[in-house]
Ligand binder design. Sequence first.
Ligand SMILES: *[C@@H]1O[C@H](CO)[C@@H](O)[C@H](O)[C@H]1NC(C)=O
Length: 295
Amino acid sequence: MGPLLLVLLYPLSCVSGLPFYNGFYYSNNPSSWNSHGEGIFNGVKLVVETPEETLFSHPGANVTLPCRYHYEPAPLSPRPVRIKWWKLSENGAPELDVLVAIGLRRRTFGDYRGRVRLREDGEREASLQIQDVRLEDSGRYRCEVIDGLEDESGLVELELRGVVFPYQHPRGRYQLNFHEAQRACEEQDAVVASFEQLFRAWEEGLDWCNAGWLQDASVQYPVMRARQPCGGLGLAPGVRSYGPRHHRRHRYDAFCFAPALRGQVYYLELPEKLTLAEAKEACREDGACIAKTHG
Ligand SMILES: *[C@@H]1O[C@H](CO)[C@@H](O)[C@H](O)[C@H]1NC(C)=O
């Protein structure tokens, strides 16, 4: 890639004709890197630190992806760095540039424009703040710090939490074909849950004895404790599958996934199937209230 093309793509930089590498321009002239009179990384190591644990958030929230850097040994005066955040490619989705910071200039990209900024409260901080988080924001982000030709980075994983809830038609059990299940979830401001979402809900305690549609048009149900009226004692706890069903002819309940609930949601561990009224009662006894479906 020639510098000419890149100058066109990156109008951010007023420095033209410099070598381009990985989203940044570098000066050929070592004296311009070296305004503080320090040697360039003769024995100085750049270290970038990001949290190992996955961060959890929910749509609509603001989240900060932490990233800090330091030098070993510490330099005598601050050094100018360039910072780049991007989202790694996943499941065939392309890699996405998020933010580039050079000096006081910032450039943000695509859907992140207007929603992201650097948090630089602390010295040597390069954390990324994302406002109004969206479901598509979940994934792995790389924080890259560049000082001269030294280039170090760290990963931050962001996972978005929502809530899976079983949906049964008001007329009763097993009334919905796949298309009706999709509509029913939409009417609840939700979407039909994926297997991964149902599985995570099961790990968190969801137990439901009625089979429901999932996004891949399979029909499954999550069971915490094997029991007679729920598939029998011979089957292990887990998410049990009826496999793929016919989109129009077969009728079940649905598992919906709603991203927008505030507060903490948990599932009650209960021996028997509950009616909605019983569930509400059990929640009240637990000092909580049932995650609401409306309509
Ligand atoms: C997110 O940050 C913006 C700007 O600081 C603020 O206006 C908004 O209320 C925040 N949203 C939440 C959910 O905290």
